[in-house]
Design a protein around this ligand. Structure first.
Ligand code: ADP
Ligand code: MG
Length: 398
């Protein structure tokens, strides 16, 4: 998806005010009635209607009049709200090329004022794939609050919370910098996803490091659940960084053993095929005669045994709660992810697609000195309106 941030510069305070009003309306409406948008935005002289037309033209909103006259945010509209908030907070000043596109996210380079380049991940949980359209609709029908806005925001919050907690416990993960809505900003990892790496100086060392990480995660009470060559980055010094956390689960999850074994198996399989490490194929092929590993810790195939890992270091509950990620959030997002996983097992598994978009232009500056401040609204009141409105909304939610 092309993120034309140029538009952002030409949007006025009123534009953002109306966009925010639609976002608020979407808490209770899939399509927000035009009248309600007007009431929330509260622009003078029917200004809302003119603004709505402008937002529609820039594809920040979608118009729907099938049941009644109304609007909903598009991904682009939601992206712009998050990006504007980040810019207002001074997190970054420019958006650059797209560096990754997964099934459920888009990743861009962004730049700080001092030129430091960071990574911005926009979550797209609930981006509906064709094969899953029907069952997902059925699923969503029964839970009106389970819309993509909510799920994508939850995914971002979870990713941010886990990244922060893991970082604090010394895991090699990107530095979590900020999150807002469905957007997470983190440090840019130098290097490449392992899937793109054809040769390693020390494949055994890298392999041991990665398997060690899966074990250490389990000791801390966590399983990555998508630990594979797409989510492990490696730099020129063969230093490993793990990314992509929205699907992580606790070791107390009822399928923990299966998820753990699956993560381990992915890595075994990849290193056997790509780097010709002599690793046993799978548990089933083992004759059981020759247990080389530390008794109990490794099985006969050299794979770590989930049941013999000491998990007493504990789940990172405190750190996660500190980032605002609650038990209810976990239940909600897990229900959705596991619902999807069931559907996915019926499709041919192509793994996470990675599109390497090179030469995608230079960084687009989002903030220009002085004369642009008016439209960027750094001192503008959209943000203020947003927070006071949401507080009011929160009050009425109680
Ligand atoms: P998804 O959930 O869609 O798989 P990921 O977090 O795995 O999203 O990111 C997709 C791709 O984007 C990665 O494979 C990687 O190439 C790139 N990427 C993600 N985060 C970073 C980062 N912090 N630094 C550099 N590249 C990144
Ligand atoms: Mg990934």
């Amino acid at each position: 998806m092309k993120l034309d941030v140029d538009v952002l510069r030409y949007l006025s305070k009123d534009d953002f005010r109306v966009l925010t009003a639609v976002e608020m309306g979407m808490r209770n409406h899939e399509i927000v009635p035009t009248e309600l948008i007007d009431r929330i935005a509260h622009l003078k002289h029917g200004g809302t209607y003119k603004v709505l037309k402008n937002l529609l033209k820039h594809k920040l909103l979608h118009h729907d009049s099938s049941k009644y006259d109304g609007f909903r945010l598009t991904y682009l509209g939601y992206d712009f709200l998050a990006i504007k908030t980040m810019v207002n907070k001074g997190v970054f000043v420019a958006v650059g090329r797209q560096i990754g596109v997964g099934k459920e996210s888009d990743i861009f380079e962004v730049a700080r004022e001092d030129g430091t380049v960071l990574a911005m991940k926009l979550h797209r949980l609930g981006r509906v794939s064709f094969r899953a359209v029907k069952s997902k609709r059925d699923y969503l029908k029964h839970r009106s609050s389970y819309n993509w806005l909510y799920l994508s925001r939850l995914a971002a919050l979870k990713e941010y919370a886990f990244m922060k907690a893991l970082e604090e416990h010394g895991f090699p993960v990107p530095n979590a910098i900020e999150h807002n809505r469905h957007c997470v900003v983190m440090s840019l990892v130098q290097g490449y996803p392992l899937v793109q790496v054809k040769q390693l100086q020390n494949p055994e060392v890298v392999f041991e490091t990665i398997v060690g990480l899966i074990v250490r995660l389990a000791e801390h009470g966590l399983i990555h659940c998508d630990f594979n060559e797409f989510n492990v980055m490696i730099n020129d010094d063969e230093k490993v960084t793990v990314i992509d956390f929205p699907q992580m689960v606790s070791v107390s999850h009822h399928n923990a053993q299966m998820y753990f074994d699956r993560d381990i198996e992915c890595i075994f399989k990849f290193f056997r095929k790509r780097f010709n490490l002599s690793l046993q194929e799978s548990r089933d092929d083992i004759d059981g005669s020759d247990g080389e590993g530390d008794e109990g810790v490794l099985d006969e195939g050299g794979r770590p045994c989930f049941s013999s890992i000491d998990k007493s270091t504990g789940f990172l509950d405190k750190e996660l709660a500190a980032s605002g990620f609650t038990k209810k959030d976990e239940v909600d997002i897990q229900k959705f992810i596991e619902g999807n996983a069931e559907e996915d097992t019926h499709s041919d598994d192509e793994g996470t697609e990675l599109v390497d978009v090179k030469d995608h232009g230079s960084l687009e500056l989002l903030e220009q000195p002085d004369e642009e401040h008016e439209t960027m609204g750094k001192e503008g009141n959209t943000e203020a309106a947003e927070s006071s409105e949401s507080e009011r909304q929160d009050e009425s939610d109680k």
